[in-house]
Ligand binder design. Sequence first.
Ligand SMILES: *[C@@H]1O[C@H](CO)[C@@H](O)[C@H](O)[C@H]1NC(C)=O
Ligand SMILES: *[C@@H]1O[C@H](CO)[C@@H](O)[C@H](O)[C@H]1NC(C)=O
Ligand SMILES: *[C@@H]1O[C@H](CO)[C@@H](O)[C@H](O)[C@H]1NC(C)=O
Ligand SMILES: *[C@@H]1O[C@H](CO)[C@@H](O)[C@H](O)[C@H]1NC(C)=O
Ligand SMILES: *[C@@H]1O[C@H](CO)[C@@H](O)[C@H](O)[C@H]1NC(C)=O
Length: 622
Amino acid sequence: MLKLALLLLLLLCFSFSCSNAKNQPFAIRISCGARQNVYTSPTNALWLKDFGYTGGKPANSSPSAITPPLHTLRYFPLSDGPENCYTINNIPNGHYSVRIFFGLLSEPNFENEPLFDVSVEGTLVYSLKSGWTTVDEQSFAEAILFISDKSVSTCFHSTGHGDPTILSIEILQIDENAYNFGQEWDKRTILRTSKRLSCGAGKPAFDEDYIGDQWGGDRFWKNIAVFDSISNIRISTEEAIAKASVAPNFYPKKLYQSAIVSTDNEPDLSYSTEVDPNKNYSIWLHFAEIDYRDAGEGKRVFDILINGDVAFRDVDVYKISGGLYAALVLNKTVAVNGRTLTITLHPTKGNSAIVNAIEIFEVIAMEFKSSVIEVRALQTLKGALGLPLRFGWNGDPCVPQQHPWSGVDCQFDERSSSWVIDGLGLDNQGLKGFLPDDIANLKHLQNINLSGNSIHGSIPYSIGAITELESLDLSYNMLNGSIPESLGQLTMLHTLDLNGNLLSGRVPAALGGRPLHRASFNFTGNAGLCGIPGLPSCGPHLSAGSKAGIAFGIILIFLLIVVFSICMWKRRQNILRAQKLAARDAPYAKARTHFVRDVQMTRTYGSDQARVATESGPHLLS
Ligand SMILES: *[C@@H]1O[C@H](CO)[C@@H](O)[C@H](O)[C@H]1NC(C)=O
Ligand SMILES: *[C@@H]1O[C@H](CO)[C@@H](O)[C@H](O)[C@H]1NC(C)=O
Ligand SMILES: *[C@@H]1O[C@H](CO)[C@@H](O)[C@H](O)[C@H]1NC(C)=O
Ligand SMILES: *[C@@H]1O[C@H](CO)[C@@H](O)[C@H](O)[C@H]1NC(C)=O
Ligand SMILES: *[C@@H]1O[C@H](CO)[C@@H](O)[C@H](O)[C@H]1NC(C)=O
């Protein structure tokens, strides 16, 4: 009985936690620039106060039509570097919709809309287009992607057209299979929302207004009343819609309660939009027969053409969805070469077509990231060299490929499927720091040029472990100490410029022979390098001689000490003899002499000890 009760309890707990997990997608919303958490209507959504950013400045925003009602933003002046990011950690791995709203500074003299690039997880997803401030759906970028490293990095890349201004960032979990468009779809597929239209609707809305499922990611649906006011009309219904809010996409029912239908004037229903050329687009079309007057199987049948190619033949919404007021979703992924994407519904039976909603996504392959070890080494180097803020060096050093870090050369490593650093060019940048041992973790480096800075300290021994190094230019810095022996191990090294430093000591013998093999090594203008042709010799004879010199010096000092000690001993003997003679003449004077000497001694101690000594004085007298 008890066992059964326990089992029941366990089952209950299990089913509860399961349903709980399903009902509560992970969600983080950040109000950029906000010093306090913010709650917004109509759902009392929580927007966390600003965190996770690399730099920038908070400011007030001027509200726009569809953006969340937030009053602050964060902007990134170019002086903070061309790459700036928000990195949010502790995100459960999974499928997410990441949305970034852009803002406008509320300064009265602010006129220019900033244009910049947006990347998510190192992949460029969006470039702002001029005029975005006047188009609702262009005030945000949205990417649907998989997170596999428990962290989401969103970066903003300056393109020289004003400072990136970010209003909010949302990271909203969605179904693992959301927008799975078939064979070509996998965990490296990113879908960038290009258009989301609710056809025949009166006003734009988010899922939350439509009371959509939370697992839908709170999508924004732009309303479009008609495609072409002459030949088509909008219709709507209040009837409940079947099969709408189902996995994996959980569309709000409201989406299917309005539609655009064509009329006898022009039976084809056609929608055109401008797109970026030479990209793949995933198109999702939504249907529900909501026109009860003349509905039935075979009454409204149409072909669907995308840029003139038939994507679906003889679509009978009534028949496929199973009658009136039932949702049907069709998806098709196509390559688009031109700048226009046209979707045409061409009736084959009956004289009209119907469509309830349209979604268009740009299909983007996720970039591979840079080697984690090498990114960490670059971060250490950034700190050690005291790299100025203007360098940025935020996000991933190599991707997006359109925006690598300045001073860093990248190469794709097929073996590890990651980017590695093969060049470092930070010459003449006013760097004042030192070279950390970690530089050797950049083990794919072929070229290093740090010439013309004020780098001090020594050349790390570890540099000898960068086996592929071909060119090392550390000239005109303030490097001191000796050249590490390890540089001799660099068999590929053909250029070594260490001239104009404070280096001293012997040049490793292995480097001395190298210039013969058509390599170019330069050691001139240092504090005191020696040992190879062209430099003063620090030959074995001289060094043996100096050793002998040091030994001779030590013996001389020892002799001097002995002579001095003998003299002192002699003197003391003389004094003692004199005292003995004096004591014989006046016994009282002996003690007095001792006392005077003790007091003299105390004067050379610290004040505390002096007090103790003088206190003990009278004892001596008594
Ligand atoms: C999208 O279409 C493909 C076939 O083209 C299909 O396999 C897939 O299930 C569809 N996705 C959804 C979520 O309906
Ligand atoms: C479009 O998809 C095809 C097939 O999956 C692929 O070969 C091609 O590289 C893609 N084009 C772009 C621009 O992503
Ligand atoms: C390093 O940079 C300096 C200054 O820009 C340049 O003169 C020098 O040729 C570069 N060194 C190498 C090895 O390319
Ligand atoms: C090199 O210079 C640093 C100061 O920049 C000093 O602390 C260090 O002792 C010097 N090392 C040698 C070997 O002269
Ligand atoms: C080293 O470089 C300096 C400055 O560029 C030049 O004057 C000198 O001749 C070079 N020495 C050698 C050995 O190449």
